[in-house]
Every structure is written in C-alpha cells, then in structure tokens.
Design a binder for this molecule. Structure first.
Ligand code: TXA
Ligand code: MG
Length: 317
C-alpha cells in the first residue's frame, strides 16, 4: 500500500470518512486515527500498530459539545478540567455512551476524550465530521512519534495516509485523568501537571501502582528504544565504569558536566526541553546504533513526574 503524504487536512479526512486510517499531528505526539464510531476502521488501527486489543483508544473531538454525545455524564471534576484545559494536552475518562463501539474502548464502560489544540488536528476532526479514535502513531512498544519522519519510519507504505505538520510542541503524550470519581486521578502523567490540577481540586492525585490497573496501557512496556535505558543520578564514576563495556553510549539530561564521556549527548536547558526531546532522542540513538542510553533522573514534580513515568517504563527489561 502506498502512503499518501499530505499537508491538507481535507485529504486526510476523506480517508477517515471512507473507513480507513490516517496519521496526524497533535501538540503532544502524532496520532493514528480512525472514525471512532466505525468498529471496522478502529480495528485497522490495532492491526497496524500491533496493539493489544485490551488497550483502549483516546477519542479526539474538535467541539466541546461532542462530549455530551460520547459520555453519559460530565462529572463536576471533569467539568473543571475541561473548561480549564480543553483544548490541550489532556484526556479525561468518563462513563461512556452506547454510541461508541466496544472496539474503541476495548470493552470498557468508560471512554477517554481529548480535544487537541493543534490547528491541523482540529481541522482534520472538523472535516471528517466524526470523533477520531487515535493512539500514538508508533508501532506498539516503540517511542511515540514527535515528528512526521518518526511516523514514516514505523508506517511508510503500511498506512494509507499521513497528514504532516510541525514537530510536536510537548513531545510527551497527554495527561490521562480519570474523572469518573469525586476527585480527579491522574492515570498517566503529562504536560498538564498534578500541581496544576490541585489548583482546581486539592484532592487530585496521581494513581499509585494499584492492584487493579485502571488504564490498561500502563501495564505494558512502553516508549522504549532498542537500546538499554538506564536511569542515573549524575555520578560520573559509575557511568565511566559501565563504559568499559565498549559499547556506544549516550546521555540525556540536565547536567552540563556530563559532556565528554559519551558517544552522543543531549544536555537540555529545562525539564520542558527534556520532555519535548526525549522520544526524539531515543529514536536518534537507535538510528545511530547506540547500545545504552543513560538518562538523568529528575525530581518527580511538575512535568518531571511525566518524564520519570516514561523513563521508568522505558528502562524495564
Ligand atoms: O497525547 C496523547 O494522548 C496521544 C495523542 C495522539 O492524542 N495519544 C496517545 O494514545 O497517547 P495511546 O493510545 O498511546 O495512549 C492512551 C492511553 C493508554 O494508556 C490507554 O490505556 C489509556 O490512555 N486509556 C484509553 N482509554 C481509557 C479508558 N477508558 N480508561 C482508562 N484508560 C484509558
Ligand atoms: Mg501510545
């Protein structure tokens, strides 16, 4: 199959309306979308990604009114989050309406809803005229795509259409927040932080490893490059010892002094830059045959919680 690469959202929308799939940019990461109401189309996403069928998709909208169609009830905790953060890098979980087929939500009675802020994403959803179910546009298990070249790397001639746009502004996936209960519970940390949510509801929390995992995606190894990922608090000597293995090593972090010991280095000037460039760096390292990527740990506050969440998952063997 030849992939149609376009910068025209109407062309990509035509694929979605015809029951096919199309990749598209959002401000978090690129998504791989289908008509959320079309079970057959949604199944094509799972097939293309190699995604486990028990991992539900996020449904993307361009108009807040659509939430009333998709969800049974907009809880008070959801209401506050939606009015403050939609459109943006955030996803709310609510009880779902019948109209959404089980394939989209992996049989759950809840639905994940996001309104992306990216202009092309909005134009695409409006032109398609339906909510668009979309996971990140990467092969299952590999790092999420933060520019269109990453999508091509995973899916060139394997999906019918790619809508190209600018590189992702945030570079990490949206904050997923369970709003079915009295207080918001973050299932997946992201650019909208716990600290920001606490301003809306002081009882907001990040879900600790629960006995029952509410967000199925969280149980899979994720976001990982082919290289080994090792988390370090910056202690040079330790890293140097590791280096004697004579494999190509890379470093990403905030500490300027780490410089010379590595084959590839990315020093970020801020945690936001660290978040934005992390997945891009993982993919660059793989392309260059790096065997071990040392990632500097950051404090688990603000966006740092999201960075550490992704790093921990990437470092699981
Ligand atoms: O930024 C993002 O969120 C990107 C862009 C494309 O919107 N999408 C994305 O989708 O990261 P995906 O499929 O890679 O991650 C969705 C996460 C998964 O961990 C999934 O388990 C969780 O959201 N999720 C989806 N529906 C859910 C539901 N009903 N209840 C709990 N978790 C849900
Ligand atoms: Mg994903």
């Amino acid at each position: 199959m030849k992939t149609t690469v376009t910068n025209n959202p109407k062309i990509a929308a035509a694929f979605i309306m015809a029951g096919d799939i199309a990749a598209f940019p959002t401000e978090t990461v690129y998504g791989l979308g289908a008509d959320a109401y079309n079970e057959k189309a949604v199944k094509k996403i799972f097939k293309a990604k190699g995604r486990p069928v028990d991992n539900p998709l996020i449904v993307h909208i361009a108009n807040k009114k659509d939430i009333n169609v998709l969800a049974q009830e907009i809880t008070p905790s959801a209401k506050k989050i939606i009015s403050k953060f939609f459109p943006g890098p955030v996803t709310v979980i609510l009880k779902k309406n019948e109209i959404i087929p089980p394939a989209t939500t992996a049989g759950l009675d809840t639905i994940a809803i996001r309104m992306p802020a990216g202009r092309l994403a909005q134009q695409l959803i409006k032109a398609a005229g339906v909510p668009i179910a979309a996971p990140s546009a990467n092969l299952s298990g590999s790092p999420s795509p933060t520019n269109f070249l990453h999508v091509l790397r995973d899916f060139n001639n394997k999906i019918p259409c790619l809508l190209i746009g600018p590189p992702a502004k945030y570079g990490l996936e949206s904050t997923v927040i369970d709003c079915t209960g009295k207080h918001p519970v973050i299932l997946r940390p992201g650019s909208v932080t716990l600290e920001q949510l606490k301003k809306l509801d002081k009882n907001a929390v990040i879900q600790k490893r629960a006995a029952k995992i509410k967000s199925p995606g969280q149980k899979y190894k994720h976001y990982s490059p082919k290289a080994d990922v090792k988390l370090i608090t910056v202690q040079k000597s330790k890293v140097k010892r590791q280096k004697k293995l004579k494999q190509k090593c890379a470093f990403i972090g905030l500490n300027r002094n780490m410089g010379n010991d590595f084959d590839k280095v990315l020093i970020c000037r801020s945690v936001n830059e660290y978040a934005r460039k992390l997945f891009w760096f993982f993919r660059e390292c793989d392309d260059e045959g790096i065997k071990t990527i040392y990632c500097q740990k950051v404090e688990e506050k603000g966006i740092g919680a999201a960075i550490m969440n992704r790093l921990k998952k990437a470092s699981i063997k």
